[in-house]
Design a protein around this ligand. Structure first.
Ligand SMILES: [Zn+2]
Length: 349
């Protein structure tokens, strides 16, 4: 008998097929795209989808954003069924109605923004929360219309407006109709300003293009999450256009704040508390009940428009005089900007 047929070598025979080895169930672990560390998915969710190793802020859906931001059970959604139509008969790789239907099915959303009223720390606000999962959070006619209606609701109910932005820009499939929304939302925010109601904006990653060129940049206070991409055109497009190397951290929250475009860079864990504090500060002395000496029911006289534009009062003259003492190069711009940011209309409320 040849040696290779002896029974002691029988163990070399291929094994009988057994049950497949146990596999780790999908969705149990999360790999951080920034530092590549592996995190237990539940810990990651409990940490508001912020990487505990490097602090990377993962995108949140509108549902998750609402859950972390507003008081439980207070969100009252409005215009939930407003949906886009294909006014232009647009076809790219597939017809626009088909794309919309696929997006609705995949994301479970009707469009890229959810609006309504809610309470945050017991204070009622009108909300517009964008969702990147629906065509990259792009602004089409529905987004513009819903945001405008949310602003008008804020004016009607005399409550502050809060917008959470995440967007890749205007929706190209709706072409001019998308671009019109920039003017429409901006005009609505001008009316909100005339009504002397605050607009708080939260910029998340990414906040770019048409949305940033309209309501995304028109907040009385602009908050940004850390390391969020904020800008109009993307850094690669700018680099190719100007043919220069861009500085490190260009168009990121911290860089943008350093250059005066954003007021606060706030970690997600402190976002809700920051919004509550700001809402309290922006409500004004009458509503906040911190101006007890003023007789109740007596309104302050509104400041005439011409005085707001070109102040003639004694106090203002002193302020202008004081700033002109500074070097001429910076003095004029400082006076101008301080008037705009901390001007009379808001301070006197
Ligand atoms: Zn990380």
């Amino acid at each position: 008998m040849p040696w290779y047929r002896k029974p002691q070598f029988s163990s070399l025979r291929p094994r009988e097929p057994q049950e497949s080895p146990q596999r780790v169930p999908d969705g149990l672990w999360h790999r951080c795209p920034a530092c590549l560390s592996i995190i237990y998915a539940r810990d990651f969710t409990d940490n508001l989808k912020v990487c505990p190793s490097c602090g990377f802020h993962e995108k949140l859906s509108s549902e998750e954003r609402l859950a972390m931001l507003v008081d439980d059970g207070t969100f009252d959604e409005c215009d939930a069924n407003v949906s886009s139509i294909d006014a232009l008969g647009f076809v790219d790789s597939k017809p626009y109605p088909e794309r919309l239907a696929a997006m609705k099915k995949r994301s479970g959303l009707v469009d890229a923004v959810r609006c309504g009223t809610s309470e945050i720390g017991g204070q009622r606000v009108s909300l517009a929360v964008m969702d990147f999962a629906f065509v990259g959070g792009s602004m089409g006619s529905v987004v513009g219309e819903k945001v405008t209606r949310a602003i008008e609701r804020a004016i009607e109910l005399r409550i502050p407006m809060l917008t959470v932005v995440t967007s890749g820009g205007a929706r190209m499939q709706e072409s001019t109709y998308s671009l019109m929304q920039m003017a429409k939302t901006s005009a609505a925010l001008a009316r909100l300003d005339d009504a002397r109601l605050p607009h708080i904006v939260i910029l998340t990653n990414p906040s770019t293009a048409g949305v940033m060129a309209s309501y995304g940049s028109l907040g009385d206070v602009i908050i940004a999450e850390p390391d969020a991409l904020i800008g109009f055109a993307g850094p690669r497009v700018i680099e190719q256009t100007i043919r220069q190397k861009l500085p490190r951290g260009f168009q990121r929250s911290e860089f943008v704040k350093e250059h005066g475009f954003v007021d606060i860079v706030c970690e997600r864990a402190h976002l809700r508390d920051t919004v509550i504090t700001l809402l309290g500060l922006l409500r004004g002395p009458h509503q906040a009940g911190i101006c007890a000496e003023l007789p109740t029911g007596e309104e302050e006289e509104p400041i005439p428009a011409e005085e707001r534009v070109a102040p003639q009062g004694k106090k203002r003259a002193t302020k202008v005089k004081a700033t002109t003492k500074k070097p001429a190069k910076r003095g004029s711009t400082q006076t101008k900007s301080s008037k705009k940011r901390v001007g009379a209309p808001r301070a006197s409320r």
